[in-house]
Design a protein. Structure first.
Length: 519
């Protein structure tokens, strides 16, 4: 019978190996603003549930978890699973998890018996279940990160070295919670495990040779990690809390009013080329997802992304979407080129040959802007994309900047001409964050610009169809004028009378605590 390191090890006694202090490191913030339990704290487990796939909250206090024991149990279970896979190659992930649960329960029972001897009293059922869940998460999920990934109220996760973990919540709070690793090496090993599971790569060292890691996690979250060039390992995880948003939901959340909803729906259905612009985390991707829901389910279009964030191929609505994802190099250079790399530019040119009615680019951030605008001028229309810009007035300069970075022979004049010929509308999403002064984070459409051709100085000319009215204290986009293409929008069901309401259909004025110019 195989020796169990948790039961009898001639080299290291059980008491010595499990002598570390028990429980989670203390929270730096014991109570969030407004009271209540700390978001992200260990979730208690209902003892009646046995070993559930996800913890079930009960009224009792969370059971403490000994992560030294969790790592030892995970090591033992991992070794036994590896042996099992050698004898049963091709075992599905579901079967591995089922076998893993069985092995984890066995090893937790061994650990519980040893703990009872050490303590002089038995461990509780909730403690055993919490330990088993922690082992399962470490073996098959994201370890201590999993509880935060399972929380639908968590918007972003920031790990600043292994000792500091912060959560951004959808209501605007930022709260520090217990660390997700006890050392930097443990944190890097967790990241390597995630890389192996999500990319299939056997080793991502996170070392001096390769200090960066970019991943799309199983739930679609985007992870970016950096080490070696920083004092410790730093991780940012951006969640997608609105994976399948539609326009009515954005109206309910205050990002649009019903007039903008009808107008943007008509732009998509009338096959207008639309660029969504705004700052970081303003809600550009969320709005783009909602606009995609206005495309006919049987229309054939492609989504081009560095990491899948639009999820049009998973929304259960579109039947003809072609999701294409760029790929990083494997680190090798062949003939001066990065081996294995597939850029958005590569995807763009392939997509143009696939008989598509539209092309959607999740985020234009480099030379693919050239192919994107070419697609907008050559195709039937209806193409969509997003672009980073801090305000509407710099959009065309951002496009020109990306053009000049794409190729040496590109010119500002060419960029302006392509933008004027290809774009129909620019939709600007504003974000005002007042959480630091006790307010909330506000995201809303503040401008819709119609591109009408080349204007003075060779720059594209625009009409401001929706815009803020700061003299009224209104920062959100309200109707200002009719677009030139109003007849095209009328043909797909838009009522031009909606644009005669000067205040639009927004609810009460945005409760800003400060006056901020978002033009």
């Amino acid at each position: 019978m195989r020796a169990n390191p948790l039961h009898s090890n001639p080299q290291v006694s059980l008491e010595a190996r499990l002598a570390a202090p028990r429980g989670l490191p203390p929270h730096r913030m014991t109570q969030p603003p407004g009271g209540g339990p700390v978001p992200g704290a260990a979730v208690p487990v209902d003892p009646r549930a046995g070993f559930p796939s996800q913890a079930v909250a009960v009224a009792s206090a969370p059971a403490a978890v000994d992560y030294t024991a969790v790592r030892l149990i995970k090591k033992e279970v991992g070794e036994r699973l590896t042996e099992m896979l050698r004898s049963r190659p091709g075992m599905s992930l579901a079967a591995q998890e089922q076998q893993g649960r069985h092995l984890i329960n066995e090893q937790v029972a061994v650990w519980s018996d040893a703990e009872a001897v050490k303590r002089g009293f038995a461990t509780s059922a909730s403690e055993d279940a919490a330990t088993a869940q922690a082992v399962f998460d470490l073996q098959f999920r994201a370890g201590r990160l999993q509880q935060h990934l399972d929380n639908p109220l968590v918007e972003n996760i920031f790990i600043n070295g292994h000792t500091r973990t912060w959560l951004d919540f959808t209501d605007g709070r930022r709260v520090e919670v217990a660390p997700v690793a006890d050392s930097d090496e443990e944190l890097r090993e967790l990241l390597r495990d995630l890389a192996r599971r999500t990319t299939g790569q056997n080793e991502r060292s996170l070392s001096t040779a390769d200090p960066f890691l970019a991943l799309r996690l199983a739930d679609g979250s985007r992870l970016q990690a950096v080490t070696d060039v920083t004092p410790g390992t730093f991780v940012t995880i951006r969640r997608h809390t609105m994976r399948h948003a539609d326009l009515p939901e954005l109206v309910a959340r205050g990002m649009l009013d019903s007039t903008l909803e009808s107008f943007l729906r008509a732009c998509v259905r009338a096959e207008k080329n639309v660029m969504i612009v705004g700052g970081q985390a303003a809600g550009k991707t969320t709005l783009l997802r909602a606009l995609l829901r206005e495309i006919d389910p049987d229309e054939r279009f492609a989504t081009l992304e560095t990491e899948h964030e639009l999820f049009a191929h998973e929304n259960g609505y579109h039947r003809q979407v072609v999701p294409m994802e760029a790929r990083e190099s494997n680190g090798e250079m062949v003939g001066g080129q990065a081996a294995g790399e597939i850029s958005l530019m590569d995807l763009m040119y392939r997509a143009l040959r696939m008989t598509l009615t539209r092309i959607v680019v999740g985020e234009v951030r480099g030379p693919e802007i050239v192919a994107m605008l070419q697609a907008m001028t050559n195709g039937a229309g209806g193409n969509l994309c997003t672009l980073h810009a801090i305000r509407p007035s710099v959009v065309f300069d951002r496009i020109a900047e990306l053009y000049l970075l794409a190729q040496a022979n590109m010119s500002e004049a060419l960029a302006y001409r392509q933008a004027a010929n290809g774009l129909n509308f620019i939709v600007f999403v504003s974000s005002i964050d007042e959480t630091k002064i006790g307010g909330h984070r506000h995201r809303f459409v503040s401008h819709v610009l119609e591109v009408t051709g080349i204007g003075e100085g060779g720059r594209p000319d625009t009409n401001q169809i929706f815009g803020p009215r700061p003299e009224w204290g209104e920062h959100r986009g309200v109707p200002l004028m009719l677009p030139r293409c109003i007849n095209d929008l009328r043909r797909v069901g838009f009522d031009p009378a909606l644009l005669s309401e000067p205040g639009g259909a927004w609810p009460a004025a945005l409760p800003l605590m400060i006056t901020e110019d978002v033009r």
